[in-house]
Design a protein around this ligand. Sequence first.
Ligand code: PEP
Length: 252
Amino acid sequence: MRKKIVAGNWKMNTTVPEGVELAQQVNAAVAAASDIKCDVIIGVPFTHLTAVKAVIDIDKVGLAAQNCADHTSGAYTGEVAAPMVASTGANYVILGHSERRGYYNETPAMLKEKVDLALASGLKVIFCCGESLDEREQGIFKQVIGDELRESLFHLDAQQMANIVIAYEPIWAIGTGKTATSDQAQEVHAFIRGMLAQQYGAQVADDTTILYGGSCKPSNAPELFAKPDIDGGLIGGASLKADSFMGIVTAF
Ligand code: PEP
């Protein structure tokens, strides 16, 4: 049975003390709740990883970085390598977010390197894909998503795919308040699972967790998560307050 997951993406928000406080609140809420039916992960800025790791129970709240470098070490000023992320005790890294692809020109080839280095460091990868509004309106969204998966993930073998979580994030729904309808999201999730089945067979397709991301909040999460191929969410804005994040965590 594939895992259900709700993962927060804090993006470039909170100072270290604020982030530690938020992590403590999430950790306490998860520890206190008896009816959580999904894994919970928080995706924090690099600067917060060590301090946040010290205040969470990593068996109950997973810890993700939001990026890693496409090299392992060396003269890459300002970059943070996958082994460095892993050495903080983090167990996940978010890769391929549309903000990284768009603002920092991350290409499919770079992301392929990052995926390989993250897996080699023992990190699990939350790999983001999704189309722009223009691509949706042109009706080419499946082609765009298919290319993103083929170009950065499909060189992996079936065993490696066990450490990949896919997040479908339509760019037009991220931070805009505009959610994909549950039917629109389900259509893409089923398409992605079909691609996985074609590439890796039914077992891998069945076992891979596929998250939805894009203006997900406590009010719309139950309907989204009720769809058969939506296994949880990658949550931006609503992950910055423990109560709204927990409202989504408990939506299953
Ligand atoms: C995201 O950045 O991954 C995201 C889904 O953002 P939001 O929930 O704010 O739309």
